[in-house]
Design a protein around this ligand. Structure first.
Ligand code: PEP
Length: 261
């Protein structure tokens, strides 16, 4: 077994700095004996980045929930890559469903952010996912492939190597109103994403990790991770209690490692 399980959480606008620091210190202890088998990451609010990064050093990858596409400028309320770099954060979530659907970001916005992140040598976790309407119209794979092309199409194969991760997060599956995707549906969509990435980036596209996200919880995590082509899990609510998250990780890790691919 050479590859690691990608797994982590985004805390959205929930944890304060004190809460985020206590949480990540506890996760750091809990995963200590298995951390070498994981690509574990934590994506807290901006105000928690510096203190959580200091708390865990290079043992846990800390990422930002968003980033501006310019280094400096008249962009009130935005955070630039220079500001993230200054505090040692070089991993960024781009195009989360809530950014796209609550804050109306477009694929063009995500493309600028992905470009800017690549120019700074950051690793991007790009989220893609179809809406319920697109799924009902039979356009799920097509919509997701279009998002990939529009958002990441300017990257060169060399730029994606180790620096682009994808989270497949169907919009209808995320959050308190979400219905988790069935495992075989997720497997099919991951297959379509892999095909698109290989078309876009050739051999480099085969190594881009594709994580599933959207209402992963203790009762469906094992079924999902058992499926071919699912390289990891991106979990919201079910990851925010450290003991609960640790028990999900320990359940899925041996299943992932015993997969034959
Ligand atoms: C998310 O917001 O990316 C997410 C996967 O959340 P949840 O697990 O709570 O659906």
């Amino acid at each position: 077994m050479t590859h690691k399980l990608y797994i982590g959480t985004n805390t959205k606008m929930f944890q304060t700095g004190n809460e985020a620091e206590a949480y990540i210190r506890r996760m750091d202890e809990l995963i200590d004996d298995i951390r070498d088998r994981l690509e574990f990451f934590f994506i807290p609010s901006y105000t928690s980045l510096e203190r959580t990064a200091k708390a865990v050093g290079d043992r846990i990858r800390i990422g930002a929930q968003n980033m501006a596409w310019e280094d400096r400028g008249q962009f009130t309320g935005e955070i630039s890559p220079l500001m993230l770099e200054e505090i040692g954060v070089r991993f960024v979530l781009i195009g989360h469903s809530e950014r796209r659907h609550v804050f109306r970001e477009t694929d063009k916005d995500e493309a600028r952010k992905i470009r800017c992140a690549a120019d700074h040598g950051f690793t991007s976790l790009l989220c893609v996912g179809e809406t319920a309407e697109q799924k009902d119209r039979g356009l799920a794979a097509e919509s997701v492939v279009e998002q990939l092309n529009l958002s990441a199409g300017t990257l060169s194969p060399e730029e994606v190597s180790g620096k682009l991760w994808i989270a497949y997060e169907p919009v209808w599956a995320i959050g308190t109103a979400g219905v988790p995707a069935g495992a075989s549906y997720a497997e099919d969509m991951h297959g379509a994403i892999r095909t698109a990435l290989t078309e876009m980036f050739g051999a480099y596209g085969k190594d881009i990790p594709i994580l599933y996200g959207g209402s992963v919880n203790p009762s469906n995590a094992a079924d999902i991770i058992a499926r071919r082509g699912i390289d990891g899990l991106f979990i919201g609510r079910s990851a925010w209690d450290p003991e609960r998250f640790d028990s999900i990780i320990r359940e899925v890790l041996p299943i992932f490692e015993s997969r034959s691919e």
